[in-house]
Design a protein around this ligand. Sequence first.
Ligand SMILES: [Zn+2]
Length: 360
Amino acid sequence: MINTFKYRIYPNRSAQKAVDQTLFLCRILYNAALDERNDSYKLENKSLNYYDQANSLSFLKENNPCFKEVHSQVLQDVLKRLDKAYQAFFRRIKTGETPGFPRFQSAKRYNSFTYPQGGYSIVGNKLSLSKIGAVRIFLHRPIEGKIKTCTIVRKNDKYYACFSCEVEPKEMPLTGKAVGIDVGIKEFCVTSGGEMFESPKTYRKTERKLKQLQRSVSRKKKGSKNRKKAVKQLSKQHEKVANQRKDIAFKTAKYLFWNYDLIAHEDLQIKNMVKNHHLAKSISDAGWGIFFNILESKANTNAGKQLIAVDPKNTSQMCSKCDEIVPKKLSVRIHKCPHCGLEIDRDWNAAINILHRAIA
Ligand SMILES: [Zn+2]
């Protein structure tokens, strides 16, 4: 199993310059190699592959000595990335899709390079990078497993090292328990056992600020320094919110699978629900898409763990005790059954129904 461990790094001025220069050269190489493939196909009707292009790297370095300043495997990896983009393109054509052609990379998009095998080492709080130097690294958690690759990323003027590691999958204990979950508006999710996970309301809280920033960007002259500054602030704000969302999704998923073997949820066509104006904000807020992806991957990688999607029809209207349909608007937060007298939180009631459906 491959896990990625991401750490902030703090290159000093000269190392930062070297990282920026490496990013620049990698992007130049990527675009040139893309150009070469296109030309070769158009002019000679010949498809170049990774090896064709990798073989001409030494020729490139002879003629453009600046490329000698980049670790050779990093350059090879650039060509591998392009090759992957092509392979993905042709794979999608084969399956009948209409993918976009591999495209030229702008400085904004091309923000990382990879040491695929060697050329880096960690000693204490220093990460030593071939052709760049030693940079301070903040190891906020230990790296686990065997490091396979090291990728340096620049994002919003911050720098990160991402290690892709081969780790032994940690088996989660089997508990013999099943749970239904209802992803909600008020809470992030409620379980059939009545556990409630708070929804991250960060997006709404910072919405005014985001809107302000968006307005401020559109008010500023294109190409101006002030606009660039505002765009940067905006993207930082988005990043913050996305990280918070991901964090709660990971924590909740982990908790659930440590405590239950089977998790049932509604088969939500999130896209359809997003069309509903009132629900839209809460849904994108809670990041359910990410949440279900995480749950799914945990179910797939842990033996004995299962994720089941059930028919969502009437899960919140039906009484979980006597099956009576009790119609209620979205604003009614309590399920109160006139038939059997059950009175519980609306989402809790739904979660119990979801569990019942999965077991039935
Ligand atoms: Zn009832």
